[in-house]
Design a binder for this molecule. Structure first.
Ligand SMILES: [Zn+2]
Ligand SMILES: [Zn+2]
Length: 215
């Protein structure tokens, strides 16, 4: 694996800026890979052995993805929306996994460890660089049972939504009243259709209103 400074420079470029999150994320990823015995995780053959779960969608997640090569599109990066500054590194070959959590105490330490640097952001970055792994993180070995439908590789599971006909991959369909449904149909979603095509899914109040202009 490349050295810390080289990885930090690269992750800052990929992320768009250098920030305390890049420092923490690069350190977290380097330690995670070391613990599960991968020294070149971002290239073959090791790239196929690694799975990373990140529990936040903040700066550090990009650094972790950059260092490990784990990507959403490869299915090697899993986003678990816990709002916790933590990541778990899984070696699919050996089955070993470690969850690394950023310590809240490190945030306080980051403000006082490099007093010679005037701006807060620079001070935090330098402090995170100086901190030991023990000061930065709580680490525990864990077991992760990765379901077959979460594994990288070709799609093995497909289902069709009984309501809208949408193809649903990787067992993300749900069963409701004995019907196979996609999640938007079965659970509702983050979006609300506003065109005629989608009016079946529009809440009743809005669907009635939208009929008038067409008539
Ligand atoms: Zn950032
Ligand atoms: Zn559907």
């Amino acid at each position: 694996m490349k050295d810390f400074e080289t990885l930090l420079k690269g992750s800052g470029e990929a992320h768009g800026h250098l920030c305390p999150g890049q420092v923490v994320g690069v350190k977290m990823a380097m330690e995670g890979c070391r613990l599960i015995g991968l020294d070149e995780p971002s290239i073959l053959p090791q790239i196929k052995k690694l799975l990373v779960y990140v529990e936040m969608d903040r700066c550090a997640a990009d650094a972790i993805s950059y260092v490990t090569g784990a990507k959403l599109g490869r299915r090697s990066l899993k986003f678990v929306d816990n709002g916790i500054m933590a990541a778990t590194f899984v070696n699919l070959e050996s089955g070993r996994a470690f969850r690394i959590v950023s310590r809240e105490e490190a945030r306080e330490l980051a403000l006082v460890l490099a007093p010679e640097i005037p701006d807060k952001r620079g001070r935090q970055m330098e402090a995170y660089k100086r901190m030991s792994i023990e000061e930065l993180f709580d680490i525990e070995e864990v077991r992760v049972d990765v379901p077959a439908c979460d594994m990288p590789g070709p799609t093995r599971f497909k289902a069709v939504c009984a309501r809208c006909g949408q193809m649903v991959r990787d067992k993300r369909e749900i069963m409701k009243n004995n019907e196979i449904l996609c999640r938007p149909c079965g659970l509702g979603s983050y979006f609300q259709p506003i065109n005629e095509q989608g009016k079946e899914n529009v809440p009743r109040r809005r669907a009635q209103g939208s009929q008038n202009p067409a008539l």
